[in-house]
Design a protein. Structure first.
Length: 288
């Protein structure tokens, strides 16, 4: 509560419904140091626990709280008055990612963005804020898969749903290449749309990030996890355009006072938005 009041006292946060064709932009750190104020832009994709709307329609989540802490850090350490605007409607990973990639200077992307070498050629990453792993899922009526090598037989006649431009698309394509060459792929716009298709179609499968799976379980959706298909640990991070000079400041924020991810505040954020059981699963994934 105290942290929320502190943030509210110096942050102006506005919302813009759509990411338009015009490139996104925000103030760079070098400019902010001189003027002692900054307007930054947050593009986001809604992700259960990470970026979502609460019962009052207010945007919240792990990513939102961490960025509020980051802006508070900048104010306290550099005397910069931080203002932020959220852009987009949160429905498309691709729109968020491209908005950042094609944006300039003080633009940040929030959501389930995995750090990859290929993406580093297009955007900048903050330090990782959490470890994630992807889960192979089907409708709950499907018998449990015993081995990925048996997937073409066990899931015979199935269709795979996935969203373009995501790592989960690559995972599905790898299954097709390695084990299931006749697999039919069907593309949808987002991870929530993938989940809807899996629940509607008992002869389908896909990969979902842990957050989407846990949210479905919490809502008692008829979804099954096939543990043999769990795919490794990966790191989620905030993203910035290549023209941004905020990356060193984010590095400083994550490293301060023994490391942000070691702080009590960070751990409270995880439990508050993901739940204790989710945090334990994430810890188990990072320990593998």
């Amino acid at each position: 509560m105290i942290r929320s009041l502190l943030v509210a006292s110096f942050l102006l946060i506005t919302f813009v419904a759509e990411i338009t064709a015009q490139n996104l932009s925000g103030d760079n750190f070098s400019k902010a140091k001189e003027s002692k104020k900054a307007m930054v832009t947050f593009a986001y994709v809604e992700t259960p626990g990470f970026v979502y709307k609460d019962e009052r329609g207010k945007l919240t989540g792990v990513c939102v709280d961490i960025m509020n802490d980051f802006m508070q850090f900048v104010r306290q350490n550099y005397g910069i008055e931080m203002n932020a605007r959220y852009v987009g409607n949160g429905s498309s990973f691709r729109a968020m990612y491209d908005g950042v990639k094609n944006g300039s200077q003080g633009v940040f992307g929030l959501g389930n963005v995995t750090v990859t070498e290929a993406r580093k050629r297009e955007i900048q990453f903050s330090p990782s804020f959490i470890t994630n792993f992807a889960i192979l899922v089907t409708h709950s009526n499907v018998p449990t898969l015993k081995s990925k090598s048996e997937i073409a037989t066990a899931f015979k006649g199935f269709k795979a749903y996935t969203a373009k431009g995501t790592l989960n698309e690559k995972r599905v394509n790898k299954i097709k290449a390695d084990f299931y060459p006749t697999l039919e792929l069907s593309y949808v716009n987002s991870s929530p749309a993938v989940l809807e298709k899996i629940l509607e179609d008992p002869k389908s499968f896909s990969y979902l990030d842990l957050a989407f799976y846990l949210n479905a379980v919490k809502e008692r959706k008829p979804l099954k996890r096939h543990e043999v298909g769990d795919d490794g640990s990966e790191e989620f991070a905030f993203v910035m355009p290549l023209s941004s000079d905020w990356q060193p400041v984010m590095d400083e924020f994550f490293a301060a006072n023994g490391g942000y991810k070691n702080s009590t505040e960070y751990k409270k954020i995880l439990v508050n938005h993901l739940g204790l059981s989710a945090v334990k699963l994430l810890d188990a994934a990072s320990a593998k």
